[in-house]
Design a protein around this ligand. Sequence first.
Ligand code: PLP
Length: 371
Amino acid sequence: MIYLDYSATTPVSRKVLEEDALFHQRSFANCNSIHALGKAALEEVDKATNTILDKLNLKDYSITYTSGATESNNLALKGIAYINKEQGKHIITTAFEHGSIVSCLNYLANQGFEIDIVDIDDQGQVDLRHLQSLITDQTILVSIGAVNSELGIIQDLKKIKDITSQYPNITFHSDMTQAVGKIKTDFSVVDLLSFSGHKIYGFKGIGALIHRKNIDLRPLIHGGKSLSKYRGGTPPTSLIYSLAIALEDIYKNFEEKEEKVKKLNLYLRNQLKTIKNVFINSPMNALANILNFSLISSTSHQVQKYLSDKEIYVSTTSACSSNQGFSRVVKVLTKDDLRSQSSIRVSISHLSEKTEIDALINALEAYDESC
Ligand code: PLP
């Protein structure tokens, strides 16, 4: 089995599994309970929160734990939109966002919010002049993902913040699901950021929305007093604990892991160039974990199925839009229907090996020759 789909999800690390087992042995109480056991559980959770904020270097931020990045994105966008709707109903985003952002903004558009899409250049970078020109006195929210999940394009959030911070009514949110654990950056350039445990070798079912302490949100899930006033319900203490362990672990020996992924990416890039019908869609400066290409002699689904039959696992688009048959993101960047209908996302990790890339290349070569 050759797994090259680490941006869809990652296997749970041994460290997370071991620590999780220990956590369950020592702490099962409800951290909302005010007895000593509850207080001990709350201490565990508070420690985990401090670890996460510390690792991401986020002072003056709080965390609302969620079920994953989809929920975090929903809480960020709807939470900000609803609470600020008297100030304005204008939101700016890009055409590169994950389906969870797109669906949520479509929903808000039906609720009377106005959504504008900022242009991108031929390298996929946000056009800053266009962004500036879209801002009005009604603009309350700018949501721009840090790393696109299909192409790996990394946005310069600092430059975007330099613009949005000139407007006190604008809150700046970023979906950092493909960035956390894969890049080291100044995460504090945004007011809110979303990410998910299962993309960083943690469990599925836990995510976080990290927000500046002075930001107010309308909750999506109402309930009794809980860890965060923005999400009711009993906090999943062990999952929160595991999220902190996963984050700590992924940033351990980070430079070594990053170097390995960069080398594999370059090797894959160079090998792909030798296949006749391949066009590489990810720009050279994209995140090394993601390499998107099109094998234009076939459709994405045909190639994916062929590889899957050989136990080589890749994606067509992001896992959540994989039934579409084309990539809207590749279409936006390349403006080419054929490339968008035949795009494949390979996502690698520090766990990947050169022999796995070789197996993928051999399979693709054989496939291309047979077409
Ligand atoms: N945002 C991005 C950029 C993603 O890549 C994903 C998952 O593919 C999500 C959001 C959704 O994450 P989750 O599966 O945790 O809801």
